[in-house]
Design a protein around this ligand. Structure first.
Ligand code: 5AD
Ligand code: SF4
Length: 423
Protein backbone atom coordinates (compact mmCIF):
# COMPACT_ATOMS: atom_id res chain seq x y z
CA UNK A 1 0.00 0.00 0.00
CA UNK A 2 2.88 2.37 0.80
CA UNK A 3 4.51 1.62 -2.52
CA UNK A 4 1.24 2.33 -4.26
CA UNK A 5 0.86 5.63 -2.34
CA UNK A 6 4.38 6.69 -3.38
CA UNK A 7 3.72 5.79 -7.01
CA UNK A 8 0.42 7.70 -7.00
CA UNK A 9 2.04 10.88 -5.71
CA UNK A 10 4.97 10.52 -8.09
CA UNK A 11 2.67 9.93 -11.06
CA UNK A 12 0.62 13.03 -10.26
CA UNK A 13 3.71 15.22 -9.75
CA UNK A 14 5.17 14.08 -13.08
CA UNK A 15 1.84 14.87 -14.72
CA UNK A 16 2.10 18.36 -13.31
CA UNK A 17 5.57 18.92 -14.75
CA UNK A 18 7.90 17.72 -12.01
CA UNK A 19 10.85 15.53 -12.99
CA UNK A 20 12.37 12.70 -11.03
CA UNK A 21 16.08 12.79 -10.21
CA UNK A 22 18.43 10.32 -8.56
CA UNK A 23 20.79 13.11 -7.58
CA UNK A 24 19.76 15.06 -4.51
CA UNK A 25 21.98 17.96 -5.63
CA UNK A 26 19.62 18.52 -8.55
CA UNK A 27 16.45 18.19 -6.47
CA UNK A 28 14.05 20.96 -5.51
CA UNK A 29 12.13 18.64 -3.22
CA UNK A 30 12.58 15.33 -1.48
CA UNK A 31 9.57 13.25 -0.42
CA UNK A 32 9.99 10.54 2.19
CA UNK A 33 7.18 8.03 2.58
CA UNK A 34 7.15 6.38 5.99
CA UNK A 35 5.96 3.23 7.75
CA UNK A 36 5.21 2.85 11.45
CA UNK A 37 4.33 -0.81 11.67
CA UNK A 38 7.54 -1.62 13.55
CA UNK A 39 9.97 0.61 15.46
CA UNK A 40 12.82 -0.33 13.08
CA UNK A 41 10.97 1.32 10.17
CA UNK A 42 10.75 4.58 12.12
CA UNK A 43 14.39 4.39 13.22
CA UNK A 44 15.44 4.09 9.60
CA UNK A 45 13.45 7.20 8.71
CA UNK A 46 15.09 9.14 11.54
CA UNK A 47 18.46 8.17 10.07
CA UNK A 48 17.36 9.50 6.67
CA UNK A 49 16.21 12.74 8.27
CA UNK A 50 19.72 13.24 9.70
CA UNK A 51 21.11 12.81 6.20
CA UNK A 52 18.78 15.46 4.75
CA UNK A 53 19.39 17.83 7.66
CA UNK A 54 23.02 17.97 6.56
CA UNK A 55 22.13 18.44 2.90
CA UNK A 56 19.78 21.28 3.80
CA UNK A 57 22.61 23.15 5.55
CA UNK A 58 24.18 23.88 2.17
CA UNK A 59 21.10 23.54 -0.02
CA UNK A 60 18.70 25.90 1.69
CA UNK A 61 16.05 25.80 -1.04
CA UNK A 62 15.49 22.07 -0.81
CA UNK A 63 11.96 21.29 0.36
CA UNK A 64 11.74 18.25 2.59
CA UNK A 65 8.38 16.52 2.79
CA UNK A 66 7.57 13.58 5.06
CA UNK A 67 4.42 11.58 4.31
CA UNK A 68 2.80 8.30 5.40
CA UNK A 69 2.06 6.58 8.69
CA UNK A 70 4.87 8.13 10.76
CA UNK A 71 3.76 11.60 9.61
CA UNK A 72 0.17 10.75 10.51
CA UNK A 73 0.98 9.33 13.93
CA UNK A 74 3.71 11.68 15.11
CA UNK A 75 3.33 14.74 12.86
CA UNK A 76 3.50 17.31 15.64
CA UNK A 77 6.38 15.56 17.34
CA UNK A 78 8.31 15.37 14.06
CA UNK A 79 7.76 19.08 13.51
CA UNK A 80 9.16 19.88 16.95
CA UNK A 81 12.10 17.49 16.89
CA UNK A 82 13.08 17.99 13.25
CA UNK A 83 12.23 21.64 12.50
CA UNK A 84 14.07 21.46 9.17
CA UNK A 85 11.19 19.35 7.71
CA UNK A 86 9.03 21.67 5.58
CA UNK A 87 5.87 19.65 5.06
CA UNK A 88 4.46 16.77 7.11
CA UNK A 89 1.56 15.06 5.36
CA UNK A 90 -0.41 12.25 6.99
CA UNK A 91 -2.03 9.27 5.30
CA UNK A 92 -5.33 11.02 4.68
CA UNK A 93 -3.97 14.12 2.99
CA UNK A 94 -1.61 12.86 0.35
CA UNK A 95 -3.76 14.29 -2.42
CA UNK A 96 -2.78 17.77 -1.14
CA UNK A 97 0.89 17.11 -1.92
CA UNK A 98 0.99 18.30 -5.57
CA UNK A 99 -0.76 21.58 -4.72
CA UNK A 100 1.50 22.20 -1.73
CA UNK A 101 4.67 21.45 -3.66
CA UNK A 102 3.58 23.66 -6.54
CA UNK A 103 3.11 26.47 -4.02
CA UNK A 104 6.68 25.86 -2.86
CA UNK A 105 7.94 26.43 -6.37
CA UNK A 106 6.49 29.93 -6.28
CA UNK A 107 7.36 30.94 -2.73
CA UNK A 108 8.75 29.29 0.34
CA UNK A 109 5.81 27.90 2.32
CA UNK A 110 5.33 28.04 6.03
CA UNK A 111 6.23 24.82 7.79
CA UNK A 112 3.05 22.83 7.99
CA UNK A 113 1.60 19.61 9.35
CA UNK A 114 -1.45 18.00 7.76
CA UNK A 115 -2.32 14.93 9.76
CA UNK A 116 -5.96 15.34 10.66
CA UNK A 117 -8.33 12.49 9.79
CA UNK A 118 -10.66 13.49 6.97
CA UNK A 119 -14.10 12.07 6.28
CA UNK A 120 -13.54 12.08 2.53
CA UNK A 121 -11.42 9.65 0.61
CA UNK A 122 -8.07 11.12 -0.47
CA UNK A 123 -8.36 9.45 -3.84
CA UNK A 124 -5.59 9.82 -6.41
CA UNK A 125 -5.36 8.17 -9.79
CA UNK A 126 -4.21 4.53 -9.41
CA UNK A 127 -0.58 4.08 -10.36
CA UNK A 128 1.30 1.80 -12.68
CA UNK A 129 3.99 -0.39 -11.09
CA UNK A 130 7.44 1.02 -11.91
CA UNK A 131 8.77 -2.52 -12.29
CA UNK A 132 6.16 -3.62 -14.81
CA UNK A 133 4.35 -1.36 -17.28
CA UNK A 134 1.41 -3.79 -17.50
CA UNK A 135 0.64 -3.90 -13.77
CA UNK A 136 -1.41 -1.34 -11.90
CA UNK A 137 -2.02 -0.99 -8.18
CA UNK A 138 -5.66 -0.44 -7.38
CA UNK A 139 -6.44 0.41 -3.74
CA UNK A 140 -10.01 -0.76 -3.14
CA UNK A 141 -10.34 -0.27 0.61
CA UNK A 142 -8.27 1.79 2.98
CA UNK A 143 -7.92 1.73 6.74
CA UNK A 144 -8.68 -1.08 9.14
CA UNK A 145 -11.37 -1.74 11.74
CA UNK A 146 -9.78 -4.83 13.24
CA UNK A 147 -7.65 -3.37 16.00
CA UNK A 148 -5.31 -6.32 16.41
CA UNK A 149 -3.83 -5.52 19.79
CA UNK A 150 -0.25 -5.14 18.53
CA UNK A 151 -0.96 -3.09 15.42
CA UNK A 152 -0.68 0.65 14.86
CA UNK A 153 -2.33 0.65 11.42
CA UNK A 154 -5.93 1.40 12.53
CA UNK A 155 -4.53 4.53 14.23
CA UNK A 156 -2.43 5.65 11.27
CA UNK A 157 -4.77 4.76 8.40
CA UNK A 158 -8.10 5.29 10.11
CA UNK A 159 -11.27 3.28 9.77
CA UNK A 160 -12.16 1.15 6.75
CA UNK A 161 -13.37 3.09 3.73
CA UNK A 162 -14.19 1.21 0.51
CA UNK A 163 -14.17 2.87 -2.87
CA UNK A 164 -17.42 2.55 -4.84
CA UNK A 165 -17.19 -0.36 -7.28
CA UNK A 166 -18.61 1.69 -10.17
CA UNK A 167 -15.83 4.21 -9.63
CA UNK A 168 -13.18 1.46 -9.44
CA UNK A 169 -14.39 -0.10 -12.68
CA UNK A 170 -14.20 3.28 -14.41
CA UNK A 171 -10.64 3.68 -13.18
CA UNK A 172 -9.87 0.19 -14.42
CA UNK A 173 -11.09 1.12 -17.92
CA UNK A 174 -8.66 4.07 -17.93
CA UNK A 175 -5.84 1.78 -16.82
CA UNK A 176 -6.68 -0.68 -19.60
CA UNK A 177 -6.45 2.18 -22.10
CA UNK A 178 -2.93 2.77 -20.81
CA UNK A 179 -1.98 -0.85 -21.54
CA UNK A 180 -2.59 -2.43 -18.16
CA UNK A 181 -3.30 -6.17 -18.20
CA UNK A 182 -2.63 -7.06 -14.57
CA UNK A 183 -4.30 -5.45 -11.60
CA UNK A 184 -3.17 -5.67 -8.00
CA UNK A 185 -6.06 -4.96 -5.62
CA UNK A 186 -4.89 -3.47 -2.34
CA UNK A 187 -6.29 -3.01 1.12
CA UNK A 188 -5.37 -3.65 4.74
CA UNK A 189 -8.22 -6.14 4.68
CA UNK A 190 -9.56 -6.69 1.16
CA UNK A 191 -12.12 -9.24 2.40
CA UNK A 192 -14.07 -6.42 4.09
CA UNK A 193 -14.49 -4.65 0.76
CA UNK A 194 -17.91 -3.08 0.25
CA UNK A 195 -19.30 -3.70 3.73
CA UNK A 196 -19.01 -0.07 4.89
CA UNK A 197 -20.74 1.33 1.80
CA UNK A 198 -23.26 -1.49 1.16
CA UNK A 199 -21.69 -2.14 -2.22
CA UNK A 200 -20.89 -5.50 -3.84
CA UNK A 201 -18.57 -7.72 -1.80
CA UNK A 202 -14.98 -8.66 -2.61
CA UNK A 203 -15.81 -11.90 -4.47
CA UNK A 204 -18.32 -10.04 -6.62
CA UNK A 205 -15.73 -7.37 -7.34
CA UNK A 206 -13.28 -10.05 -8.52
CA UNK A 207 -15.93 -11.41 -10.85
CA UNK A 208 -16.74 -7.95 -12.28
CA UNK A 209 -13.07 -7.23 -12.91
CA UNK A 210 -12.63 -10.59 -14.62
CA UNK A 211 -15.21 -9.56 -17.24
CA UNK A 212 -12.67 -7.16 -18.77
CA UNK A 213 -11.06 -9.34 -21.43
CA UNK A 214 -7.90 -7.20 -21.42
CA UNK A 215 -7.20 -8.13 -17.79
CA UNK A 216 -5.10 -11.29 -17.76
CA UNK A 217 -4.29 -11.36 -14.07
CA UNK A 218 -5.86 -10.22 -10.83
CA UNK A 219 -3.86 -10.23 -7.61
CA UNK A 220 -4.91 -9.05 -4.18
CA UNK A 221 -3.51 -8.41 -0.75
CA UNK A 222 -4.10 -8.62 2.27
CA UNK A 223 -6.77 -11.06 3.44
CA UNK A 224 -7.87 -11.56 7.03
CA UNK A 225 -8.66 -15.16 8.09
CA UNK A 226 -11.76 -14.10 10.01
CA UNK A 227 -13.38 -12.78 6.81
CA UNK A 228 -12.16 -15.44 4.38
CA UNK A 229 -15.43 -16.84 3.09
CA UNK A 230 -16.30 -19.99 1.11
CA UNK A 231 -17.62 -17.64 -1.55
CA UNK A 232 -14.14 -16.15 -1.88
CA UNK A 233 -12.52 -19.59 -2.08
CA UNK A 234 -14.96 -20.40 -4.87
CA UNK A 235 -14.10 -17.14 -6.66
CA UNK A 236 -10.36 -17.86 -6.48
CA UNK A 237 -10.95 -21.38 -7.77
CA UNK A 238 -13.27 -20.53 -10.62
CA UNK A 239 -12.13 -17.16 -11.97
CA UNK A 240 -9.23 -18.04 -14.27
CA UNK A 241 -7.62 -14.58 -14.10
CA UNK A 242 -7.32 -14.65 -10.32
CA UNK A 243 -3.77 -15.60 -9.44
CA UNK A 244 -3.62 -18.83 -7.47
CA UNK A 245 -1.87 -17.31 -4.51
CA UNK A 246 -3.26 -16.22 -1.17
CA UNK A 247 -1.44 -14.24 1.49
CA UNK A 248 -3.15 -15.05 4.75
CA UNK A 249 -1.45 -13.82 7.93
CA UNK A 250 -1.57 -16.43 10.71
CA UNK A 251 0.55 -14.47 13.26
CA UNK A 252 0.69 -17.34 15.79
CA UNK A 253 -0.63 -20.89 16.19
CA UNK A 254 -1.43 -20.42 19.88
CA UNK A 255 -5.13 -19.86 20.55
CA UNK A 256 -4.31 -18.08 23.79
CA UNK A 257 -2.06 -15.58 21.99
CA UNK A 258 -4.50 -15.23 19.07
CA UNK A 259 -7.07 -14.13 21.61
CA UNK A 260 -4.67 -11.68 23.21
CA UNK A 261 -3.91 -10.39 19.72
CA UNK A 262 -7.65 -9.86 19.12
CA UNK A 263 -7.43 -11.80 15.85
CA UNK A 264 -10.95 -13.28 16.16
CA UNK A 265 -10.13 -16.77 14.81
CA UNK A 266 -8.59 -19.91 16.26
CA UNK A 267 -5.76 -21.93 14.81
CA UNK A 268 -8.33 -24.59 13.86
CA UNK A 269 -10.38 -22.00 11.92
CA UNK A 270 -7.23 -21.05 10.08
CA UNK A 271 -6.30 -24.67 9.31
CA UNK A 272 -9.75 -25.22 7.87
CA UNK A 273 -9.37 -22.36 5.39
CA UNK A 274 -6.02 -23.76 4.23
CA UNK A 275 -7.55 -27.23 3.88
CA UNK A 276 -10.44 -25.92 1.81
CA UNK A 277 -8.13 -23.87 -0.42
CA UNK A 278 -5.83 -26.84 -1.05
CA UNK A 279 -8.73 -29.16 -1.71
CA UNK A 280 -10.12 -26.86 -4.40
CA UNK A 281 -6.78 -25.68 -5.83
CA UNK A 282 -4.17 -28.36 -5.01
CA UNK A 283 -1.11 -26.42 -6.22
CA UNK A 284 -2.14 -23.08 -4.73
CA UNK A 285 0.67 -20.89 -3.34
CA UNK A 286 0.16 -19.78 0.22
CA UNK A 287 2.07 -17.21 2.19
CA UNK A 288 1.69 -15.88 5.69
CA UNK A 289 2.91 -13.41 8.31
CA UNK A 290 4.12 -14.64 11.69
CA UNK A 291 4.46 -12.29 14.63
CA UNK A 292 6.97 -13.86 16.97
CA UNK A 293 7.57 -13.19 20.69
CA UNK A 294 4.31 -11.44 21.47
CA UNK A 295 4.43 -10.46 25.19
CA UNK A 296 4.13 -13.55 27.36
CA UNK A 297 4.63 -16.06 24.52
CA UNK A 298 5.93 -19.20 26.24
CA UNK A 299 8.43 -21.66 24.84
CA UNK A 300 5.57 -24.09 24.28
CA UNK A 301 3.52 -21.50 22.39
CA UNK A 302 6.51 -20.61 20.26
CA UNK A 303 7.01 -24.32 19.45
CA UNK A 304 3.34 -24.57 18.49
CA UNK A 305 3.91 -21.89 15.85
CA UNK A 306 7.16 -23.55 14.75
CA UNK A 307 5.28 -26.84 14.29
CA UNK A 308 2.49 -25.05 12.43
CA UNK A 309 5.04 -23.76 9.91
CA UNK A 310 6.20 -27.35 9.45
CA UNK A 311 2.73 -28.79 8.99
CA UNK A 312 1.06 -26.00 7.03
CA UNK A 313 3.93 -25.89 4.50
CA UNK A 314 3.64 -22.30 3.30
CA UNK A 315 5.37 -21.25 0.12
CA UNK A 316 6.56 -18.15 1.94
CA UNK A 317 6.35 -16.82 5.46
CA UNK A 318 7.29 -13.34 6.62
CA UNK A 319 8.43 -13.68 10.20
CA UNK A 320 8.49 -10.55 12.33
CA UNK A 321 9.71 -9.89 15.82
CA UNK A 322 7.05 -8.19 17.94
CA UNK A 323 7.69 -4.46 18.22
CA UNK A 324 5.73 -2.61 20.93
CA UNK A 325 3.78 0.31 19.46
CA UNK A 326 2.67 3.03 21.81
CA UNK A 327 -1.09 3.55 21.78
CA UNK A 328 -1.95 -0.07 20.94
CA UNK A 329 -3.74 -2.36 23.40
CA UNK A 330 -0.71 -4.67 23.71
CA UNK A 331 1.71 -1.86 24.47
CA UNK A 332 1.40 -2.08 28.29
CA UNK A 333 1.83 -5.89 28.30
CA UNK A 334 5.01 -7.06 29.99
CA UNK A 335 7.65 -8.86 27.91
CA UNK A 336 9.54 -11.67 29.55
CA UNK A 337 12.22 -12.56 26.99
CA UNK A 338 15.44 -10.73 26.32
CA UNK A 339 16.32 -9.53 22.82
CA UNK A 340 18.67 -12.47 22.20
CA UNK A 341 16.00 -15.05 23.07
CA UNK A 342 13.44 -13.30 20.88
CA UNK A 343 15.80 -13.09 17.91
CA UNK A 344 16.64 -16.76 18.28
CA UNK A 345 12.96 -17.70 17.91
CA UNK A 346 12.72 -15.68 14.71
CA UNK A 347 15.99 -17.11 13.43
CA UNK A 348 14.89 -20.75 13.90
CA UNK A 349 11.58 -20.14 12.17
CA UNK A 350 13.24 -18.31 9.26
CA UNK A 351 15.68 -21.23 8.81
CA UNK A 352 12.88 -23.78 8.79
CA UNK A 353 10.80 -21.73 6.38
CA UNK A 354 13.71 -21.24 3.96
CA UNK A 355 14.02 -25.01 3.62
CA UNK A 356 10.28 -25.44 3.16
CA UNK A 357 10.06 -22.62 0.58
CA UNK A 358 12.82 -24.26 -1.47
CA UNK A 359 11.30 -27.75 -1.26
CA UNK A 360 7.84 -26.47 -2.16
CA UNK A 361 9.08 -24.95 -5.40
CA UNK A 362 9.96 -28.45 -6.61
CA UNK A 363 6.29 -29.28 -7.19
CA UNK A 364 6.51 -27.15 -10.32
CA UNK A 365 9.46 -29.10 -11.83
CA UNK A 366 8.70 -30.46 -15.34
CA UNK A 367 5.38 -28.57 -15.51
CA UNK A 368 4.46 -25.81 -17.93
CA UNK A 369 3.78 -22.47 -16.30
CA UNK A 370 2.23 -19.34 -17.75
CA UNK A 371 4.74 -16.57 -17.10
CA UNK A 372 4.49 -12.84 -17.77
CA UNK A 373 8.08 -11.56 -17.94
CA UNK A 374 8.61 -8.10 -16.50
CA UNK A 375 12.34 -7.43 -16.33
CA UNK A 376 15.80 -8.58 -17.32
CA UNK A 377 17.21 -10.94 -14.73
CA UNK A 378 19.73 -9.30 -12.40
CA UNK A 379 22.29 -12.06 -12.84
CA UNK A 380 22.26 -12.52 -16.59
CA UNK A 381 21.38 -9.98 -19.27
CA UNK A 382 19.90 -12.67 -21.57
CA UNK A 383 17.44 -13.94 -19.00
CA UNK A 384 14.03 -12.61 -18.15
CA UNK A 385 12.25 -12.64 -14.83
CA UNK A 386 8.52 -12.94 -14.54
CA UNK A 387 5.83 -14.40 -12.32
CA UNK A 388 3.81 -17.54 -12.81
CA UNK A 389 0.09 -17.81 -12.18
CA UNK A 390 1.05 -19.21 -8.75
CA UNK A 391 2.94 -15.99 -8.09
CA UNK A 392 6.29 -17.73 -8.25
CA UNK A 393 9.39 -16.11 -9.74
CA UNK A 394 10.42 -17.75 -13.01
CA UNK A 395 13.66 -17.08 -14.91
CA UNK A 396 14.09 -18.08 -18.55
CA UNK A 397 15.91 -17.00 -21.71
CA UNK A 398 14.24 -14.33 -23.78
CA UNK A 399 14.41 -10.69 -24.74
CA UNK A 400 12.61 -7.46 -23.98
CA UNK A 401 10.06 -8.03 -26.75
CA UNK A 402 8.52 -10.68 -24.47
CA UNK A 403 7.77 -8.18 -21.67
CA UNK A 404 4.10 -8.21 -20.74
CA UNK A 405 3.25 -11.27 -22.86
CA UNK A 406 1.89 -14.48 -21.37
CA UNK A 407 4.51 -17.14 -22.20
CA UNK A 408 4.41 -20.91 -21.67
CA UNK A 409 7.58 -21.88 -19.86
CA UNK A 410 8.74 -25.42 -19.10
CA UNK A 411 10.24 -25.60 -15.61
CA UNK A 412 13.63 -27.34 -15.58
CA UNK A 413 15.22 -26.44 -12.26
CA UNK A 414 14.90 -24.65 -8.93
CA UNK A 415 17.61 -22.17 -7.91
CA UNK A 416 17.47 -20.12 -4.73
CA UNK A 417 13.86 -19.02 -4.51
CA UNK A 418 13.23 -19.03 -8.28
CA UNK A 419 12.13 -21.52 -10.87
CA UNK A 420 14.36 -21.85 -13.92
CA UNK A 421 12.60 -22.58 -17.19
CA UNK A 422 12.73 -22.68 -20.96
CA UNK A 423 10.23 -21.33 -23.50
N1 5AD B 1 5.37 -5.73 15.57
C1 5AD B 1 5.81 -6.63 14.68
N2 5AD B 1 5.14 -6.95 13.56
C2 5AD B 1 3.95 -6.34 13.35
N3 5AD B 1 3.04 -6.46 12.38
C3 5AD B 1 2.02 -5.62 12.62
N4 5AD B 1 2.23 -4.95 13.76
C4 5AD B 1 3.44 -5.38 14.24
C5 5AD B 1 4.18 -5.10 15.41
N5 5AD B 1 3.75 -4.24 16.31
C6 5AD B 1 3.19 -7.43 11.29
C7 5AD B 1 2.01 -8.42 11.26
C8 5AD B 1 1.26 -8.00 10.02
C9 5AD B 1 2.40 -7.46 9.15
C10 5AD B 1 1.98 -6.56 8.05
O1 5AD B 1 3.21 -6.76 10.06
O2 5AD B 1 2.52 -9.73 11.12
O3 5AD B 1 0.58 -9.07 9.39
FE1 SF4 C 1 -3.13 -4.34 11.63
FE2 SF4 C 1 -4.78 -6.37 12.21
FE3 SF4 C 1 -5.64 -4.38 10.66
FE4 SF4 C 1 -3.82 -6.11 9.70
S1 SF4 C 1 -5.95 -6.61 10.29
S2 SF4 C 1 -3.78 -3.85 9.52
S3 SF4 C 1 -2.62 -6.56 11.54
S4 SF4 C 1 -5.07 -4.21 12.80
Amino acid sequence: MNLSDSFEVEQELIKQGWKKTDNVNHADAVLINTCSVRKTAETRIIGRLGFYKNIKKTKKNLTLLVMGCFAQKDGDLLKKSYPFIDLIIGTQNKNKIPELLNAVKKHKPKKAVFNQFEDHFDFMEPSIDHQAFFRAFLPIIKGCNNYCSYCIVPYTRGREVSIQSSFLLDELKKLIDKGVSEVFLLGQNVNSYGKDISDINFSELLLKISKFKEIKRIKFMTSHPKDFSDELIHAIETIPQVVKHVHLPLQTASNRILKLMNRKYTFEDYQLIIEKLRKKIPDISLSTDILSAFPGETEEEYLQTFEALRTLQFDKAFIFLYSPREGTAAYPLKESLNQKEKKLRVHHMVELQNQISFEKLKRFLHTYQEVIPEKISRKNGFELMGNSHFDTKVIFQGDESDFGKMIQVKIKDVKGMSLIGEK
